[in-house]
Write a protein that binds this ligand. Structure first.
Ligand SMILES: [Zn+2]
Length: 191
């Protein structure tokens, strides 16, 4: 089972076409997806996230300035180019997945949000709001499904304890492999 998922994952990573969804910096190869985030900060920063490379710049600095461009080029060199992204699922697919699994698990999220998240694949609030990273549209379906089930199980078990894990195993016997495969894809966390 695990090797099957990993093989599919490998094929997925290799086979993705260069179709960028996020802001592309002109001098960069067009398959690299980079998001520019202006912040109140002094220096520049850059990291790999579930949505690709994110560059944090001070508010006053233009992203096409020589300084920023040199920083980004060096960052890509250090961090490695992010994989090109191709959306295989739509937000509607994710919502349908939530509905199906909510019935299976007999739970009802108060709200489901799908949005850009920089650090997590998904989260579940104590009020029952489930957030899913829109970047899940670009991962293999079984990995997005893992995040959906994980967050829905939190509606019953609001921690990662033994009961949570047992419920995960009942729902998705191979959830640990899926979690590993998702972690291998990028640095995003699941909360
Ligand atoms: Zn969690």
């Amino acid at each position: 089972m695990r090797s099957n998922i990993l093989r599919r994952l490998a094929g997925y990573v290799r086979g993705r076409s260069a179709r960028p969804h996020y802001a592309i910096m002109p001098p960069m190869p067009d398959q690299i997806s980079i998001r520019i985030h202006h912040q109140k900060r002094r220096g520049m920063a850059m990291k790999r996230t579930p949505v690709g490379l994110v560059v944090f710049l001070p508010k006053w600095m233009r992203s096409d300035s020589p300084q920023a461009q040199a920083f980004i080029a060096e960052g890509i060199h250090k961090l490695g180019a992010p994989p090109p992204r191709e959306e295989t699922l739509t937000a509607g697919d994710l919502r349908r997945m939530v509905n199906v699994w909510a019935q299976v698990l007999n739970v009802q999220p108060a709200r489901v949000q799908i949005r850009t998240m920089y650090r997590k694949w998904g989260s579940c609030s104590s009020k029952g709001t489930i957030c899913l990273n829109s970047a899940l549209c670009s991962v293999p379906e079984e990995l997005a499904e893992y995040v959906v089930v994980h967050e829905l199980v939190h509606l019953t078990h609001f921690n990662h304890g033994r009961e949570f894990k047992a419920a995960m195993t009942r729902a998705l016997p191979d959830w640990r492999e899926r979690e590993l495969a998702l972690t291998a894809l990028l640095d995003g966390r699941v909360d």
